[in-house]
Design a binder for this molecule. Structure first.
Ligand SMILES: [Zn+2]
Length: 311
């Protein structure tokens, strides 16, 4: 076997990539690099039709099963293989401390893989699909820890969301005296008659505004639940409610949470008075919707309504 391994290492060395002079010159230009990056991103199918084994002219059958090799022999083959990958501008991402048998088998498996071997830059091959139960590296993979962390974060977010939903419900019940956010008006500059304290709506409602998770961290279900709870503060026929219901959920969420940050006075439960604004500024504010920049992100276009017309 020792003799065979020596030959195999030699074969691997012979499989090193030999770029032609033209390819080498081209590889050094920035344009070539950009072109390859673009090709790589586009994942051009025709470029990845052949396996790595096809390109380097090695095949899996040349590699004995790990059970027939000593640790030292596997190390030799793995080192040679990693150098080979390097000449093909490729490297394999392995977890730290991976047993040599797994590294050996994984490296050999690359021969069947189809990927673009760039002439400049490097491609990092991953073997983990972040499915801990199916991961080929089993307990050696760090994806498990990553998952545990993600699950813990998701759990915390869910607790936070449930807590916010409770607070919002309580706040809504306090407001339920025939009032909603539609019952708000703005003091004029001539008649600034502040009542009590000027504070953000969330504070009036006893809602910890900083506890609203960023929309990226929320599941669709959580986003929807929070939006519904926030929309409940609006009269369904209010312009704001109608428009907020029409935009996509992330814009709706952002708009609703932003609104809670508006500084207002409150006369009594739910009655909101906005601080006076310079009439010049006010002239440019056509509706609350403009403040939220909703126009660019509306879910529908006018075309969507064409089919609904009864004539
Ligand atoms: Zn993994």
């Amino acid at each position: 076997m020792e003799k065979y391994i020596k030959q195999l290492v030699q074969d691997i060395q012979n499989a090193h990539r030999q770029l032609t002079k033209e390819e080498t010159d081209k590889a050094e230009t920035f344009e070539q690099h950009i072109e390859e990056v673009e090709r790589f991103i586009a994942g051009e199918e025709d470029l990845i039709q052949q396996s790595f084994g096809y390109h380097c002219r090695l095949n899996k059958e040349q590699f004995p099963p790990p059970s027939r090799l000593t640790v030292e022999q596997m190390n030799k083959v793995c080192n040679a293989f990693e150098k080979l990958l390097f000449t093909w501008n490729t490297h394999a991402d392995f977890p730290v401390g991976l047993p040599i048998e797994m590294a050996y088998e994984t490296l050999v498996s690359i021969l069947d893989r189809k990927f673009i071997t760039p002439t400049s830059g490097f491609v990092g091959l991953e073997f983990c699909d972040y499915e801990p139960r199916e991961c080929r590296f089993k307990e050696h993979c760090t994806c498990k820890e990553l998952f545990a962390e993600m699950e813990e974060e998701e759990r915390q977010i869910e607790i936070q969301v449930q807590h916010l939903l409770k607070l919002l419900e309580a706040a809504l019940n306090k407001m339920l005296l025939g009032t909603s956010f539609s019952a708000m008006h703005r003091l004029s500059l001539e008649d600034p008659n502040p009542i009590g304290e000027l504070q953000i709506i969330a504070e009036w409602l006893d809602i910890p505004i900083d506890d609203f998770p960023s929309k990226n961290k929320l599941s669709d279900k959580q986003l929807e639940a929070l939006c519904d709870a926030l929309l409940a503060f609006w009269h369904p026929e209010d312009d704001m409610h109608i428009w907020l219901a029409a935009v996509n959920p992330s814009t709706r969420y952002r708009g609703l949470v932003e609104f809670l940050k508006t500084k207002v006075w409150c006369t009594n439960k739910g009655k909101i008075i906005l601080p006076p604004v310079d009439p010049e500024v006010l002239k440019n504010i056509k509706s609350p919707l403009d403040n939220l920049n909703l126009r660019d992100t509306l879910d529908f276009s006018e075309d969507d309504f064409q089919d609904d017309l009864p004539f």
